[in-house]
Design a protein around this ligand. Structure first.
Ligand SMILES: NC(=O)C1=CN([C@@H]2O[C@H](COP(=O)(O)OP(=O)(O)OC[C@H]3O[C@@H](n4cnc5c(N)ncnc54)[C@H](O)[C@@H]3O)[C@@H](O)[C@H]2O)[C@@H](O)CC1
Ligand SMILES: [K+]
Length: 569
């Protein structure tokens, strides 16, 4: 029933998975040692699925529990007849990892974990168990050199990228943001894994920013944490859990759907007049194409009626198909206000092909009505040019910016996301002055506070969109290969198109106009803003997948019927 297409599930921050693990141990579901054994067994199993004949493995174990998982993998591969070498550290690991290390030492030695030793090893599979969710500061010294070597500082990243299996994530990757901890210079030599095996749920860093590129294939292994996901006595506060959708996480259970059964019922049901009426505002002569793409998408997603509203002198241009469209002139804000007195108009789309000046003129009247609405393209530019960009925004509103538009509306949030991330070293701080320095010091303090409070150490796209949606009091969908959607209450959904074969085809002119039209169409049909945005993102990607390569935006709306047929509607 299309579940492969639309599977969605929770993604967790590092602090959240730690909370879940603590909860599982406290509830007697499993001890820490049992969880570590299962984690190691899952990794060894995935390795043996891909390299079915016993081969040579080099397992690199860091100082913490990620290293503990590594010692388990080493032991289990050895039992399966593999030749295993282990590189590890001369530290006192946490208790469970210490037990696993001792068990390995009964089988074989632990050599020093550094670049020199690694260079001398030749193996078929390299297991990166250097750091996982416990990484809190940039790697340094020998560990940094080792990880840099895995990333190709020796000139050969192609070698490792085919052989590297990461436990929980490639080392150095911040699993809360998908960024390498330690700034831009080190990203040049970031390790790229062929396979990443994580446990229970994907982490935020697997689906955002560089995460997908560095993690390779992502397998989410069940280690029996068994936490109540559907809101019964959860170990996490409600609303803390973020969901991710994307079609190709391997071997996961589909207990949640980006498209839920009730969505399916609602998509297929009803009479034309119960399907609402979307008004798509269009621009002046010569700008009509974008709005018509949106309008067509709104029709295809099942809005009962769609009216396109250009200025009077462009009306003739919109005589073009689709013939199902209605056409009504709107010249001024007063015209729009009068149109919206018709309560049967259940959603409005402003922006695509509208023109910035026209969007600016119509915005106040539109916001005044508090009608469900989507602001895209020129309407977003118009917002950002107002004295108070966020004035009048409300919770029935979806903004669909790309990164450039987002940065114009929320410049401070975008700067925090794009700039270097703390902790800042003296060299970096030495290169800035005045306000920039003050901003970075504040960010540094926030970073330390986040660590102390067990939140993610680095500011992520997820944090950015959540902050923006809270500030604006509406739903924000930030487009990209990792589309992040947040509402004003802090609920977030990621559409991880990075794991979606449709992603490259969606980067085509006019694709955004179609997405805005789909969302407006769903809102016209009565979906609340956040659900319309998440469902819209899933349908939009599914339409691209359904068409395949060679796609242009015009093809997207017409793929929706095939998508619905695929869902069994
Ligand atoms: N907690 C549990 O029960 C389980 C944990 N598991 C594994 O445990 C991992 C998390 O373990 P930990 O929290 O011990 O941490 P990790 O092993 O991920 O992290 C790194 C260790 O290095 C230290 N460290 C952090 N930044 C460093 C830096 N820049 N340079 C040098 N050392 C640094 C930390 O103090 C920590 O000891 C997960 O990723 C997962 O692989 C799994 O075994 C499943 C069960
Ligand atoms: K790792």
């Amino acid at each position: 029933m299309g579940s492969d297409m639309f599977g969605s599930r929770e993604i967790l921050t590092s602090a959240q998975i730690r909370a879940v693990e603590r909860w599982a141990m406290d509830s007697g579901i499993a001890s820490g040692l049992e969880l570590m054994e299962r984690a190691g067994a899952a990794v060894a199993g995935e390795i043996r699925l891909r390299w079915p004949k016993p081969a040579r493995a080099c397992v690199m174990c860091g100082p913490g529990n990620n290293g503990g998982d590594g010692y388990v993998v080493a032991r289990l591969l050895n039992e399966a007849g593999w030749q295993v070498r282990v590189l590890g550290m001369d530290n006192t690991p946490p208790p469970d990892a210490a037990v696993m290390k001792r068990r390995w030492l009964e089988i074989g030695p632990v050599e020093a974990l550094n670049e020199g030793v690694l260079r001398r090893k030749s193996a078929d599979v390299y297991v990166d168990a250097i750091s996982g969710t416990g990484l809190t500061r940039p790697l340094e010294g020998e560990l940094l050199e080792t990880v840099g070597y895995l990333g190709g500082s020796g000139g050969d990243w192609g070698f490792f990228s085919k052989r590297l299996v990461a436990i929980d994530g490639p080392s150095g990757l911040c699993l809360d943001s998908g960024r390498m901890l330690g700034g831009s210079a080190d990203t040049l030599f970031s390790p790229r894994a062929a396979l990443t095996v994580t446990f229970d749920s994907p982490r935020v860093g697997h689906v955002l920013a560089q995460g997908p590129e560095l993690c390779g294939e992502l397998v989410v292994a069940d280690i029996g944490l068994n936490w109540p996901r559907m809101g019964r006595n959860p170990p996490l506060h409600p609303g803390q859990v973020t969901r991710v959708s994307g079609p190709s996480f391997a071997r996961e259970s589909h207990d949640l759907f980006a498209i839920r059964p009730e969505d399916l019922a609602k998509l297929s049901d009803g009479h034309k007049f119960s399907h609402g009426h979307a008004l798509v505002v269009a621009g002046g002569a010569g700008q009509g194409g974008a709005a018509r793409l949106s309008a067509r998408a709104a029709l295809r997603v099942g809005a009962g009626l769609v009216t396109i509203a250009p200025p009077q002198d462009a009306l003739i241009e919109h005589a073009l198909p689709p013939d199902a469209l209605m056409r009504r002139a709107v010249d001024t804000a007063d015209d729009l206000a009068r149109r919206l007195e018709d309560r049967r108009i259940t959603a409005v789309l402003l922006g695509p092909g509208c023109g910035v000046e026209r969007a600016k003129a119509l915005l106040p009247a539109l916001l005044e009505t508090r009608r469900p609405c989507v602001l895209d393209a020129d309407a977003l530019t118009a917002l950002s040019q107002r004295k108070a960009p966020l004035e009048g925004l409300h919770s029935h509103l979806v903004l669909t910016p790309h990164m450039g538009e987002f940065a114009r509306i929320f410049p401070d949030i975008a700067a925090k996301l794009a700039g270097p991330q703390p902790p800042f070293d003296q060299h970096t701080l030495g290169q800035v002055k005045g306000e920039e320095m003050a901003r970075m010091l504040a960010q540094d303090a926030e970073y330390r506070a986040a660590l102390a409070a067990e939140r993610g150490p680095l500011y992520s796209k997820l944090d950015a969109v959540r902050d923006a949606a809270r500030r604006a009091g509406c739903v924000i969908l930030l487009k990209g290969p990792d589309t992040v959607i947040a509402d004003a209450n802090g609920t977030v959904h990621v559409h991880a198109a990075s794991y979606d074969a449709a992603a490259p085809w969606l980067a085509t002119a006019g694709s955004g106009d179609v997405l805005a039209g789909i969302i407006a169409g769903l809102m016209a049909r009565g979906w609340p803003a956040f659900r319309a945005a998440t469902l819209g993102a899933a349908l939009h990607a599914a339409a691209a997948r359904s068409f395949g390569p060679g796609l242009i935006a015009d093809d997207l709306p017409d793929q929706l019927p095939a998508v619905f047929r695929g869902l069994g509607l």
